[in-house]
Structure formats: structure tokens, C-alpha cells
Design a protein around this ligand. Structure first.
Ligand code: GLN
Length: 283
């Protein structure tokens, strides 16, 4: 299993979020406290995403809600995070209002390579998956068919041909789940990121009920997460919101999130609704 952390708030160095606290994400890579699987370390690589203005300037293409459009950038390495000096020497130089960090323990049988390390990014989106989809090739092929049926019922053309699965960056469950989620995030029949996550979890769990689906998604301003099996905690201040697989320190303000929740967090705001509930999503 893996661990992840998302931050939104006042600008912070990317490297700081990876190393902050006595039980930082970097410490969790060799001494995690809450592993709910057989894995004991998270040594199969790591990654971090941050947000910066899209190149192309301030033309209409470069604007989003009146603000300059931002895109997610990332750094990944298939080596353990504690071996990479870039964390202290380079990632501390990059400052962002949104940060998403992940450390990986490859599911047995899956490749250990940089392309398999989260965050996965596409435009403004960055994504991480802590968990496992059993028999993922068959299950995600069936999920494609279900999502296509849903799209057709909503009057959209089919968007989820199984070939989509072949476009995944790496032959892993997580990279392939990301191809589906990235498509859902662009689909007209889906109201927003919370609904995209809800639809995807429901479709995967319908075919593989023992799946472990702790997802973490951000556009650099808001964090969305799901809890299916693994741990997740929130730490809120008026200026920031953090969602993390494990608390990085002993601050009593860390709030444990229950299992099977869909969480949405922004500075000073946290909402959590049961995943199985009817879509009435946090923004
Ligand atoms: N199944 C994913 C992978 O192998 C995530 C692993 C995890 O959560 N440990 O990359």
C-alpha cells in the first residue's frame, strides 16, 4: 500500500509538505504506523505535484474563473523517497498553493517504475491512489462498459472504450484507474469531481467489492478524497486544508475520516458524505 498527502492553502515549499513533522510522509516511507495490508514499507518510489500558471499567458485560453489558468506539474522517482536529495535540494525551492505527495509500495506483480508512481496528472488535475483493484484488467474493462452505458443514457456519446485502458502510463491498477477518472472529469454528463469519484468508486466496487479505493484528487485549490479500506486524516485551519493517510505529527486537531466517505476540503472547510449515498455532492 501507499501513503499520500494533499495540501491547499497559503503558498508553501513542495519539499516541506513531504518532510513536515516527526511522522512526515518521508518517515512514513520506512516507518508507517497504520498500514492495513501486508506491506511494511513504502519504498517503491514517490512523487509530488504542484500547480503553476499554464504557459500561453493571460489570453482567454489562459483564464479560468477570471484567474490565470494553472496546471499541475510533478516530480517522480521510482527510488525510495529517503534516497533522493532532490526533496531537500530542489523541491524546497518550489512554492505552491496546492501540493499533492505520494509514496508507493507496489502491489505484488506490478512494475516498479517511475511511470507507476503517483501523482498522475492531466491539465489542472493531480491524482493518487492508495489501494488495490483485484483482477484490475477484467474489472476495469467491465467498468468501461458500465460508464459507457451511463454516458449513453445521459445522451453523451460513448467515451469509455476499453482501448482507453491501453493509454495508461504504466500497466498498474492505479495508472489505469486514472485514465478512467481523467475521462470522467472531462465528461459532460458528470457534474464535477465529487460526482466523478462517486461514479468511479461505485462502478469498481460493483465488480470488485473487495477493492481498496483511497483516492486523492486536487486541482490545486480543493482536495477531494475517498476512503475505502485505508486510513485518512484531515487537518484544517482557516488558512489551509490537509488530507493525509497518516497524521504527520501529534497535533490533537487531526480528524480521522471514517471508512467509505467522499471528502472535500478547502482552507477552513471540510465536508464528508457516505460514498454510497445518492449524489448530493460537496462542490
Ligand atoms: N496498487 C497500486 C500500485 O501498485 C497502489 C499500491 C498501494 O496503495 N500500495 O501502484
Amino acid at each position: 500500500m501507499c501513503r499520500h498527502i494533499g495540501y491547499v492553502g497559503a503558498p508553501l515549499p513542495v519539499g516541506e509538505i513531504l518532510t513536515r513533522g516527526t511522522h512526515s510522509l518521508r518517515v512514513q516511507s520506512y516507518a508507517p504506523a497504520e498500514m492495513r495490508s501486508r506491506a511494511r514499507v513504502n519504498a517503491d518510489g514517490f512523487g509530488a505535484a504542484w500547480w503553476h500558471p499554464a504557459s500561453g499567458g493571460a489570453g482567454s485560453q489562459g483564464q479560468r474563473n477570471g484567474h490565470p489558468r494553472v496546471v499541475a506539474a510533478r516530480y517522480r522517482n521510482a527510488a525510495p523517497i529517503w534516497t533522493d536529495p532532490a526533496v531537500d535540494e530542489v523541491l524546497v525551492q518550489l512554492v505552491s498553493r496546492g501540493i499533492l505527495g505520494a509514496i508507493r509500495s507496489a502491489t505484488s506483480g506490478m512494475p516498479v517504475e517511475r511511470a507507476a508512481c503517483a501523482p498522475f496528472v492531466d491539465g489542472v488535475w493531480a491524482f493518487s491512489h492508495n489501494g488495490h483493484v483485484p483482477d484490475w484488467r477484467a474489472v476495469l474493462t467491465a467498468v468501461c462498459a458500465d460508464l459507457d452505458a451511463l454516458a449513453l443514457r445521459a445522451g453523451s456519446a460513448g467515451l469509455f472504450a476499453a482501448e482507453l485502458l491501453l493509454t495508461a502510463e504504466s500497466p498498474t491498477d492505479s495508472a489505469t484507474v486514472w485514465t478512467l477518472l481523467a475521462r470522467l472529469l472531462r465528461a459532460e454528463f458528470v457534474a464535477g469531481p465529487a460526482e466523478a469519484l462517486r461514479l468511479l468508486c461505485a462502478a469498481i466496487l460493483a465488480h470488485a467489492p473487495t477493492s481498496r479505493l483511497n483516492f486523492l484528487l486536487s486541482d490545486g485549490e480543493t482536495l477531494w478524497a475517498t476512503t475505502v479500506h485505508h486510513s485518512l486524516y484531515a487537518l484544517l485551519t482557516p488558512e489551509s486544508a490537509i488530507l493525509s493517510s497518516e497524521p504527520y505529527d501529534d497535533d490533537p486537531a487531526w480528524l480521522p475520516i471514517e471508512d467509505r466517505q467522499l471528502v472535500c476540503a478547502r482552507p477552513g472547510e471540510l465536508s464528508s458524505t457516505p460514498l454510497a449515498a445518492e449524489p448530493n455532492d460537496p462542490a
